[in-house]
Design a protein around this ligand. Structure first.
Ligand code: C2E
Ligand code: MG
Ligand code: MG
Ligand code: MG
Length: 283
């Protein structure tokens, strides 16, 4: 009996590791040295142009492998990094590496692709955010329109004015701004009228629910219509089935991303992927 109780207590912690305070503390501690110890890598998730069926570009997604903690998913550690502001150097590292990846592709002859980089609101609120972004794109000599910043509403933005000016400035330069996970945030519709953006990225939760007969089909069609009405591009993430693909295509979704096409890939795998795609087109 006592043994059973002991086990269930233990299991309780195991079942919900994300809420384990000691794990959170470990994550916080290990994050401090993770950049210096080169524990982060990036994966790249292809996005397709729905009309042409060709690759539009890639979303850069961070991966963390720590000797103590093993692989920690971004959904678990980004939140911690936002709280203690480690997200600032980590975010700069992501942007720098994503632009270098794109430059590498260009130099290998794979031109015309774009890169989407996830940006935390904490980064956006820094005084030097605009300079950091512009300097990084310039450093790698890339055209501004090949960069898209994906902003997630993980935090309520209070000072819209400041953020507004920064995003407008970057957009005037040609940099794209996507509202990520659209539909799930604190106030998606408020964001629509207060934040400047070029792209709406529909959350994968909506796409996952998409089956022929479900009401979600109407919901997605409506979100895409809203996007078109405010002159933005609409992207769907989490596309896993042919059925979802067909539905999104019928509803004029501009870009598609998901496991149906590919999982997030390493840089080497991307080059391989592009090479085989090129061969298919020339033979
Ligand atoms: P997100 O920006 O919404 O990225 C999309 C997430 O959905 C990624 O998970 C991606 O792997 C996953 N995904 C895309 N298509 C499919 C699909 O068809 N099926 C399934 N099951 N999953 C799919 P990931 O890489 O675990 O990232 C989770 C979140 O962590 C991201 O959501 C983003 O909010 C955050 N994140 C990732 N990298 C960064 C980063 O460099 N900086 C910041 N600030 N946040 C990041
Ligand atoms: Mg994203
Ligand atoms: Mg998303
Ligand atoms: Mg997300």
């Amino acid at each position: 009996q006592s043994k059973k109780n002991g086990n269930s207590d233990y299991n309780c912690y195991q079942d919900d590791m994300a809420d384990d305070p000691t794990r959170k503390m470990k994550i916080e501690k290990e994050l401090k040295t993770a950049l210096d110890n080169k524990e982060f890598t990036l994966k790249y998730h292809p996005q397709y142009n729905t009309k042409t069926g060709k690759i539009w570009g890639f979303e850069a997604l961070i991966r963390w492998k720590n000797p103590e903690l093993g692989s920690v998913p971004p959904d678990e550690f980004i939140e911690v990094a936002e709280k203690n502001h480690f997200i600032i150097p980590i975010g700069e590292w992501v942007l720098d590496n994503a632009m270098r990846f794109l430059q590498d592709l260009y130099e290998q002859g794979y031109k015309g692709y774009s890169i989407s980089v996830n940006i935390s609101v904490i980064q956006l609120l820094q005084d030097d955010f605009v300079d950091t972004v512009i300097n990084t794109v310039d450093k790698y000599n890339m055209p501004y329109p090949c960069l898209e910043l994906e902003i997630t509403e993980t935090l309520m933005i209070k000072s819209f004015n400041l953020v507004d000016d920064k995003l407008n400035y970057l957009m005037e330069k040609g940099i794209k701004v996507a509202l990520d996970d659209f539909g799930t945030g604190y106030s998606s519709l408020t964001y629509l009228r207060t934040l400047p953006f070029t792209t709406l990225k529909i959350d994968k939760g909506f796409v996952g629910d998409l089956t022929e007969k479900s009401v979600q089909g109407d919901l997605i069609a409506s979100i895409i219509k809203i996007g078109n009405q405010v002159n933005s591009e609409v992207v769907a993430e989490g596309v896993e089935t042919k059925e979802q693909l067909d539905n999104l295509r019928r509803n004029d979704c501009d870009r598609l991303q998901g496991y149906y096409f590919s999982k997030p890939l390493t840089k080497e795998e991307i080059v391989h992927f592009l090479l085989s795609e090129q061969k298919q087109q020339t033979t």
